[in-house]
Write a protein that binds this ligand. Structure first.
Ligand code: 1CP
Length: 366
């Protein structure tokens, strides 16, 4: 059963071990910039019909790997399927983004919530994980994921996407006890969800705290970091998840990188508003780093994509522990040929960088 991975660059880089070149995968690599994704979504009828059908979800997860020389696959699902399973009922209307039919509007909506049954409500996600693992046939590792409690709470309270998630921030400010009650249930739900994905076959885990950066500086520890730490502590002693590397991505929260580096995660995702050299300094080489090309660069001509990719690689420097990615998800307007250019440059230049690595950097210690 446990045949070795044919390409283990991602898992080695996460452990900060030497690799032949820098591994690369892209947030939202399965998505609307791919015509084959748009075709299958059309066939499924809606995003939810696509995500809830394990065969479709498997096909969509593998689509970018058919086209590109990527070093990881990511489960095709969404962070908001967890609140959907908690009864909020997720749906998408064209051009509108995600929405909940039953958002959290009053205190009793929050106190009525409970941790969903992974085997019943989220069986389709675990079935998709199993199917993807089978189809991947150990070509590259599969990443499972979840949203952070704070980011999930943002959507659950607002009921939809927002620029400022003012209602979620107001709940934290005005009714902190109720906010903590919600975040507790979400932390427990996320822990169970990631553990179930690990049991189903995920080989690395990622938590997206997309809206961590919206919290006031002084509130981040209380309403986001605390629950991230709680999840990581639970997973450390979880039978299924304890062996798996975990990537934490708190977008817009670079001020908190040094604290995030001591949260127990294996790697931190970094957005494009600081350099990887700055992120390495802030994290004191405690964790691997994932990132951080500005997603807008993907719209530039190929020679600019190549030079910007090189500067991200140079900024990280000649050390193990870098996983190349964008600083946020790839946007639907990107030409897929540009993705091939990016991957080619990262693998090519990442390899040449290693020719001048110091011998002693085999297994990196700070
Ligand atoms: O077909 C469509 O119209 C749907 C577009 C789409 C896709 C392709 C959505 C709706 N979700 C997804 C898949 C998805 N979402 C993945 C799959 C795997 C991959 O990366 O290839 C992942 C990991 C996510 C995670 C996700 N969903 C996040 C965290 C990462 C991030 O982008 O910050 C968030 C915030 C969501 C919510 C969501 N779902 C979909 C959209 C358009 C959004 C963002 C809404 C917003 O901007 O507030």
């Amino acid at each position: 059963m446990n045949t070795p991975l044919k390409n283990d660059r991602l898992l080695r880089a996460l452990r900060r071990q030497a690799t032949d070149t820098t591994p690369i995968w892209l947030m939202r690599q399965a998505g609307r910039y791919l015509p084959e994704y748009r075709a299958i979504r059309e066939r499924a009828g809606s995003f939810m019909a696509l995500a809830k059908n394990p065969h479709y979800a498997c096909e969509v997860s593998l689509q970018p790997l058919v086209r590109f020389d990527l070093d990881a696959a990511i489960l095709f699902s969404d962070i908001l399927t967890l609140p959907d399973a908690m009864g909020l009922e997720l749906f998408f209307t064209p051009g509108e983004g995600p929405q909940f039919a039953r958002p959290l509007r009053k205190a009793s909506d929050i106190t009525a919530l409970s941790v969903p049954d992974m085997d019943a409500e989220l069986r389709y996600v675990m079935d998709a994980v199993q199917l993807i693992r089978r189809e991947l046939n150990e070509r590259v590792p599969l990443i499972g994921f979840a949203g952070s409690p704070w980011t999930l709470a943002c959507y659950m309270i607002e009921g939809r996407s927002s620029h400022d998630f003012a209602s979620a921030l107001a709940l934290c400010r005005n009714e902190p006890t109720l906010a903590h009650h919600l975040l507790e249930i979400l932390a427990s739900s996320v822990s169970h969800y990631l553990s179930a994905q690990a049991a189903a076959g995920a080989q690395a885990l990622m938590i997206f705290d997309t809206w961590g950066g919206l919290l006031p500086q002084t509130a981040f520890d209380e309403f986001s970091l605390r629950y991230l730490r709680q999840i990581l502590a639970t997973l450390t002693s979880d039978r299924h998840a304890r062996e798996l590397p975990l990537i934490l991505f708190a977008k817009g929260a670079n001020w908190h990188l040094s604290k995030l580096a001591t949260s127990g995660c294996t790697a931190l995702g970094v957005d494009w508003t600081i350099t990887l050299a700055q992120a390495r300094h802030a994290t004191a080489n405690r964790v691997a780093l994932q990132g951080n090309l500005d997603p807008a660069v993907m719209r530039a001509p190929p020679h600019i994509i190549r030079s910007q990719a090189r500067s991200v690689l140079d900024s990280y420097g000649k050390h193990p522990g870098h996983i190349f990615n964008l600083g946020h998800g790839i946007t639907p307007d990107v030409n897929p040929e540009h993705v091939a250019v990016l991957i080619d440059e990262v693998h090519r230049y990442g390899h040449t960088l290693r020719e001048t690595w110091i011998e002693s950097s085999q297994d990196f210690s700070p």
